[in-house]
Ligand binder design. Structure first.
Ligand code: UD1
Ligand code: CA
Length: 459
């Protein structure tokens, strides 16, 4: 059985964040979420996260199906793993993956390749390593002249010669459970940082005559972590590129990736075009043949096929096939735009369902409304859905025509195929096929200007 321990106790002082470091976002998701996904995808059946600094935040995020162990105070990565002793005791015959919660680029393929290497060589410990250009702050992997592993030297403990070693410890290891338990009992804090280093287990197990190996990755990016905001930005850049590339391989058209940030869990159909400055997040699903963007923001929404969203903000809503919105449209709070709906410039739709083929071309607020199909909204219609205390709903029948500059004072029901005269303030229900005129009649005052003029001149 495969299981995993994720280290997430550190504060991340250099990040200067209010949250634990692992909760800092990469493409809108906490770093630890990627690590958990990778571990699950790699087949770990039992997972324990080590929490420490602001542990409640991490505990709440990882949820109930993942175990946690509290590390208080935080005395190093080895000390962190010691807090999972009970967990490890339950897995002495299993292989345990240990990895840093601040390395979101580590993927299931790499983890599993390392696992295969670990099992084939009957290793007690297999670490993942990479050859890197920047050796600042890394754990340097020391080997003898034959390339046999000796130990890991943390940068702060390394002498000038050792600092030149460019093989870096990824902070991701496979251990045999029983051997891990043994080695943890032997770690001391006799080093530059007075910390209990997990990395010391390598030398401890080698000295016990156990098999140890390093799986060297081809793509050194997967081992990158973030200790500060600059590195966090680097991770965002790489993650963004990886996700965009995967989508392009799947047939999504991104002619220019400038400003295109798409979350890892977003699904997009082939031949959909994503234009610049478009951000798509959450569990959003987009069909095929759509044109999304430019300057569009979509969070946790479902978009059908052949939808056009130009300069839109779509939040927690559904936009069905063939609908088009924009420019400058906001759709939010569980709204549904049914097939072929047209929503034009400066229209907001909130907590409403808009029936098939309904059009609202300009400058309108549709709030808390159940709108039928084939309805036409004139320019400047406002739903008065809030009485200062409560929200009320409007119901608009199929084929209704709402004249320009109408106020619909909710709750109010407009019948099927009813007409509302422009400029009306509707406070009462309108029957099917009726015309409602709710405004003062026009008054003409002949020659009024001649009367007005002398008055003005006197002033
Ligand atoms: C660690 C490794 C280093 C490796 C690097 C890769 C050690 C001693 N060093 O160094 O060899 O090259 O990762 O990124 O392991 N944490 C706790 N409790 C603690 C300390 C840390 O839970 O007391 C967690 C942190 O939240 C973080 C992870 O462990 O997720 C790594 O800690 P960090 O301080 O970033 O280790 P590095 O100095 O980067
Ligand atoms: Ca780190």
């Amino acid at each position: 059985m495969k299981c995993a321990i994720i280290l997430a106790g550190g504060k991340g002082t250099r990040m200067k964040a209010d949250c634990p470091k692992v909760m800092c976002n990469v493409i809108f998701k906490p770093m630890i979420s990627y690590v958990i996904d990778a571990v699950k995808e790699a087949g770990a059946e039992d997972i324990c996260v080590i929490t420490g600094y602001k542990h409640e935040e991490v505990e709440a995020y990882v949820g109930k199906d993942i175990k946690t162990a509290l590390q208080q105070p935080q005395l190093g990565t080895g000390h962190a793993v010691m807090q999972a002793t009970e967990f490890i005791k339950g897995h002495t015959d299993d292989e345990i993956l240990i990895l840093n919660g601040d390395g979101p680029l580590m993927d299931a393929q790499t983890i599993n390749k390392a696992y295969t290497y670990h099992k084939e060589n009957n290793n007690s410990i297999t670490l993942i390593s990479a050859i890197v250009d920047d050796t600042e702050g890394i754990g340097h992997i020391q080997r003898d002249e034959n390339g046999t592993l000796l130990r890991i030297i943390e940068h702060k403990d390394a002498n000038d010669e050792e600092k030149k070693i460019n093989e870096s410890n990824a902070g991701c290891y496979w251990f045999n459970g029983g051997d891990l338990l043994y080695a943890l009992g032997k770690i001391t804090n006799n080093n530059a940082q007075n910390e209990y280093y997990l990395t010391d287990t390598l030398e401890i197990l080698i000295n016990e005559g156990k098999n140890a190996g390093a799986y060297v990755v081809e793509n050194s990016e997967v081992i990158l972590g973030a200790n500060d905001r600059k590195q966090l930005n680097d991770l965002n850049t790489i993650m963004r590129r990886n996700i965009n590339t995967r989508l392009m391989v799947e047939g999504v058209d991104i002619p220019c990736t400038d400003g295109v940030m798409i979350g890892k869990d977003v699904k997009i159909g082939n031949s959909t075009v994503i234009l610049p400055n478009t951000i798509i997040l959450g569990d959003t699903v987009i069909g095929s043949g759509c044109v999304i963007g430019p300057n569009t923001y979509i969070d946790s929404s479902t978009i059908g096929d052949n939808v056009v969203l130009d300069n839109c903000k779509i939040l927690d809503s559904t936009v069905e096939d063939g609908a088009d919105c924009g420019p400058f449209v906001k759709v939010r709070d569980n709204s549904t735009l049914k097939k072929g709906v047209h929503i034009g410039n400066f229209v907001e739709v909130k907590n409403s369902t808009i029936g098939e083929g309904t059009k609202s071309a300009h400058l309108t607020y549709i709030g808390d409304s159940d709108v039928g199909s084939g309805v036409n909204y004139g320019c400047g219609v406002a739903t008065c859905n809030y009485d200062g205390k409560e929200k009320h709903r409007c119901k608009i029948g199929d084929g209704a025509f709402i004249g320009c500059n109408t106020n619909l004072v909710a709750p109010v029901k407009i019948g099927n195929e009813a007409y509302i005269a422009a400029g009306s303030t509707i406070t009462d229900d309108v029957p099917d096929k009726a015309l409602a005129v709710a405004r003062a009649r026009q008054v003409i005052k002949d020659g009024w200007v001649d009367v007005k003029k002398p008055y003005k001149e006197k002033k």
